[in-house]
Write a protein that binds this ligand. Structure first.
Ligand code: PEP
Length: 252
């Protein structure tokens, strides 16, 4: 079977003012124009979503948010709902990023609520999972991922998860300059695909995208994209500069 259509996604984290975000998005839209071999998504901070959506209107680049709350509305100071994301032009949302897990109390149960909310509101969930360095050293990688995937997707059926993007992001490789080796990445992605296959069936597992994140840059994207079970990348630091991100988008 042919590989799935790739997705190259940029996570801008807590960087860029509105003006910087708009300028970067405009530059990227121009540079990436015609790159129709891949889907492209950028996730600016909440405050820049609407202005960036205006810039992306005439491009094929999708807009994503970096989180969402599962309630429709209410007294949840500091949170943002699926309706609000739609009204800003978002089609995607990153859920369960390791920085949310590490610094903001995100756990598998809240990740599960966010994914359920995203899919019921037709937002594509980019569901992040990954082991820490200690967990890898202790040979617990697959156990950790198994739990994160099963708990994160609990109660959700394959019909609801058709658009799911699974992002394998080893915590020790995020923002550290350490990239997992191609063998490590392929081993994990194959494991994740068979895990999804055990729960949802092999045809479904073959259809979903599993992308890699962790110090992806122009110099390593092509070897990652050659791997059988890698369907794209979630890029942090190297997505902040439009020219660098465009080089990643233009992987061979
Ligand atoms: C990320 O934030 O999801 C990420 C992978 O960051 P970086 O590319 O900087 O390692």
């Amino acid at each position: 079977m042919a590989k799935r259509r790739p997705l190259i996604a940029g996570n801008w984290k807590m960087f860029k003012s509105c003006q910087d975000a708009v300028d970067t998005a405009r530059l990227l839209a121009g540079l990436a124009s015609g790159a129709d071999h891949t889907d492209i998504m950028i996730a600016p901070s909440f405050t820049s979503l609407f202005p960036v959506s205006q810039v992306l209107k005439s491009s094929a680049i999708a807009l994503g948010a970096q989180n969402l709350h599962w309630e429709k509305e209410g007294a949840f100071t500091g949170e943002i709902s699926a309706d609000m994301l739609h009204s800003c032009g978002c089609s995607h949302v990153i859920i369960g990023h390791s920085e949310r897990r590490q610094f903001f109390g995100e756990c598998d149960e809240t990740v599960n609520k966010r994914i359920a909310c995203a899919v019921s509101n037709h937002l594509v969930p980019v569901f992040c999972i990954g082991e820490t360095e200690i967990e890898r050293e202790q040979d617990k990688t697959m156990n950790i991922l198994d739990k994160q995937v099963k708990d994160g997707l609990k109660g959700l059926g394959s019909d609801e998860l058709k658009a799911l993007v699974l992002a394998y992001e080893p915590v020790w490789a995020i923002g550290t300059g350490k990239t997992a080796t191609p063998d490590q990445v392929q081993d994990v992605h194959l494991f994740l695909r068979s895990l999804i296959g055990d729960v949802y069936g092999i045809e479904f597992a073959k259809s979903i995208r599993i992308i890699y994140g962790g110090s992806v840059k122009p110099a390593n994207i092509s070897e990652l994209m050659m791997l059988e079970d890698v369907d794209g990348a979630l890029v942090g630091g190297a997505s902040l500069d439009a020219e660098t991100f465009n080089k990643i988008i233009r992987f061979k």
